[in-house]
Design a protein around this ligand. Structure first.
Ligand SMILES: [Zn+2]
Length: 254
């Protein structure tokens, strides 16, 4: 398959699912978790931590203050960042498909936890790994947005029951939210066209989900600057960043 065919299939598709990963947010200057550990200021304060030291239930129960310090910093980072051309094109594709083919014509699934899709005008995406701009009550499980970064002093408190809230993200060793995962699976099963953008496809379930579209006769286009383990299985692969690749695929000049 070539670009023209992939673009024509996307144009004609009645059901589209888009899966995004860290690469889509990288263009907004949001580093991956591992890069953030090393790039963060404070004289390399975080560099001595391993991801598991900050993003696991064990780490949180051991030292909630340090874990919240880390997430409060990341929350400030993503709030200061802006959605990029890739986010904007995904939102535009969504509006187009919904207008043409109605509810169910477009599903956005993301591995990102920064909330940038919503800020770019997308409907709330299926967030496989949660969202670090929200907290979740340790007692009653209510999910609430964190206070504005200027006024936020961690840990946040549940306004419903007064208990401490944890970051509303999926940590190492935790299950993905089952309802979100099931909705994503359904979208990939039903899709005529799936786009897998900016994800290394090394972590379950990204690769498995796209495989479901292929098994049912749909096509999967991958957009990624680098080759990934999924590349040999993709119907078509665009070696590009999200913004550039989507513009080419959607026939947009921006
Ligand atoms: Zn509560």
């Amino acid at each position: 398959m070539d670009l023209q065919q992939a673009a024509a299939l996307l144009h004609a598709a009645r059901r589209v699912v888009v899966m995004t990963g860290a690469g889509v947010s990288a263009e907004s200057g949001i580093p991956t978790f591992r890069d953030a550990l090393n790039e963060n200021g404070l004289a390399g304060h975080w560099a001595r931590f391993k991801p598991q030291d900050l993003a696991s239930p064990e780490a949180y129960w051991r030292d909630p203050e340090t874990v919240w310090d880390w997430y409060a910093g990341r929350y400030r980072d993503v709030t200061a960042a802006s959605p990029n051309a890739g986010h904007a094109l995904i939102a535009r594709l969504e509006r187009r498909k919904l207008a043409q083919h109605g509810e169910g014509a477009f599903t956005l699934v993301t591995q990102n936890v920064d909330g940038l899709h919503l800020r770019a005008g997308s409907r709330p995406p299926l967030e496989l790994h949660g969202n670090l701009t929200h907290g979740r009550c340790e007692a009653c499980e209510t999910v609430q947005p964190l206070p504005a970064p200027e006024t936020f002093v961690p840990p946040p408190t549940c306004t419903r029951c007064g208990s401490r809230m944890r970051p509303n993200v999926v940590w190492f060793g935790e299950m993905l939210p089952q309802d979100v995962l099931e909705a994503a699976q359904l979208a990939f099963e039903r899709a005529d066209v799936a786009l897998v953008i900016g994800t290394s496809s090394q972590v379950y379930p990204a690769a498995g989900l796209a495989g479901e579209t292929l098994r049912r006769g749909g096509t999967v286009t991958e957009i990624n600057p680098d080759e990934t383990p999924f590349t040999p299985h993709a119907s078509f692969s665009l070696r590009a960043t999200a913004g550039v690749g989507l513009a080419a695929l959607m026939g947009e000049q921006d």
